[in-house]
Design a binder for this molecule. Structure first.
Ligand code: UT7
Length: 322
């Protein structure tokens, strides 16, 4: 008997042209390279120029992922784009990507789950593929958080960056050992005032700025991420020692270390890009995945765990056999 699963056949990413160092930021707000590196592990972030938007970055990442998968845009019948910073309130940025890629007809929509958005998008695309509602999907995380940062608030503006990551996810009828093996998602709206944007179309009529109680978010992140990773591994029938790589949401190097320690995973198995990209919200997991595939760390046959946590709170983990 064959099992229909969604397998990852290609990855891609895109970063804005301009790279900003901690020293550059220290010239703008009362901070220092030393504080940022010690508290977060962040050294650089990329910041979008006026002509770089969530959809242009997403389109560039999608093109690279399609090339890696050996596919052309016309092969795609589903685009799920995770973002909290769409080009416009509507239409969905996924349809802007669709148009830019020249795809005449497909299903295209955005998913809003902030930093966990890519995990949510992956679960949606995986479910649609397994239900035969789609065959070949682009799953994208893309953000321009620089547009919603309060550049006077040193406690938040040093933490985030812009970028996009994408994967091609394809239906595969086989023995069921490859592909997305299990995903687990959660949300707890009681905490929606710990990390939020203070504006929106239906309240202020403005875009708003990001606000965060960092220390409280940190505390929840480690507990929730370790728990959901265990849950997803259990659902996949995999022990933690089978994992080749963890590809975490890149919010803070200390969260990555603490979460790995809680699960008994060696830090060498954790992909870290937060030093180069900072926190790119929904883009961070696919950006890190693409970086580790392109530099040869993650290879075909590896068992990987993707995980993320963000505003809402929302959080999730996915176990994928490449
Ligand atoms: O993507 C969604 C998930 N987001 C996260 O996971 C973020 C989680 N939180 C964090 O990563 C950390 O809490 C932060 C990096 C945001 C902050 O680190 P912290 O160790 O929790 O520092 P803190 O907020 O408690 O601030 C400590 C001190 C404060 O000064 P006082 O009150 O002790 O005098 C801050 O005012 O550091 C000060 N501070 C800064 N100093 C220099 C805050 N931001 C800065 C800054 N530069 N940029």
């Amino acid at each position: 008997m064959t099992i229909r699963r969604a397998v990852v056949t290609g990855t891609g990413s895109a970063l804005p042209r301009t790279r900003v160092s901690n020293a550059d930021l220290a010239a703008r707000v009362d901070t220092s390279d030393e504080w940022i590196v010690e508290r977060t592990g962040i050294r650089f972030r990329h910041i979008a120029e006026a002509d770089e938007t969530t959809s242009t970055l997403a389109t560039a990442a999608a093109r690279t992922a399609l090339a890696a998968a050996g596919r052309v845009p016309a092969d795609i019948d589903l685009i799920v784009l995770a973002t909290a910073t769409p080009d416009q309130t509507f239409p969905a940025s996924a349809t802007l990507v669709q148009a830019a890629l020249g795809i005449d007809d497909c299903v295209a929509f955005d998913v809003a789950a902030v930093c966990s958005g890519f995990l949510y998008a992956l679960q949606v695309a995986d479910s649609m593929i397994r239900a035969s509602a789609a065959t070949r999907a682009l799953v994208i995380g893309s953000e321009t958080f620089s547009r919603i940062l309060d550049w006077e608030d040193r406690a938040t503006c040093v933490l985030f960056g812009d970028g996009a990551g994408a994967i091609v996810l394809e239906a595969d009828e086989g023995d069921g050992t490859r592909g997305v093996l299990a995903t687990r998602l959660h949300a707890d709206g009681r905490h929606n005032q710990l990390l939020y944007v203070d504006g929106g179309p239906s309240t202020t009529g403005t875009v708003g700025k990001l606000r965060m109680k960092g220390r409280e978010v940190f505390r929840h992140a480690v507990t929730n991420l370790a728990a959901v990773m265990s849950e997803a591994l259990d659902a996949a029938g995999m022990a933690a020692d089978r994992v080749d790589w963890v590809v975490p949401h890149q919010a803070n190097a200390r969260i990555l270390d603490a979460t790995a320690r809680k699960l008994g995973l060696a830090p060498e198995k954790v992909v870290v890009t937060v030093d180069q990209h900072a926190n790119t919200s929904a883009a961070s997991v696919p950006l890190a995945l693409d970086a580790a595939i392109r530099d040869g760390r993650i290879r075909p046959g590896h068992l990987i765990v993707l995980e993320a946590m963000g505003g809402g709170f929302t959080w999730g983990a996915s176990v994928v056999q490449l």
